[in-house]
Design a protein around this ligand. Sequence first.
Ligand SMILES: [Zn+2]
Length: 127
Amino acid sequence: MTTHLTAGQRALLEAALVQRQHQLDRRLAEHNEGLSRVEHAREVLQQDVREAAQREEERELDMALSDMEQRELGEVSNALRRLHTDAFGRCTDCDAEIPFDRLKVEPWALRCVACEGRRERDPRQAA
Ligand SMILES: [Zn+2]
């Protein structure tokens, strides 16, 4: 396997990814234990308008958080799948090696700092 990462570094990143995956799994399960959308709608109808509006806001925040966690879980799972391939640790845009120091912070990073920065400056390029 041709990679700039040592087996030890790879093992460390795998442990971090698995830990993050469990954390996200647990958080999403907690969110899902809340009211379903249908139950929530029924509840809103029975409450006075002001309280309902406040609950709606909380609900939207919760949904937004869930969406974020869901997306991150996807990135983490994706990274775990790539971990044992040559593609892991390489920028998907320019094929540069992503330094271990960066992967330590963000093991699911798909791009080098330069490409990530370019995308942030020009969101139209973002896939
Ligand atoms: Zn790059």
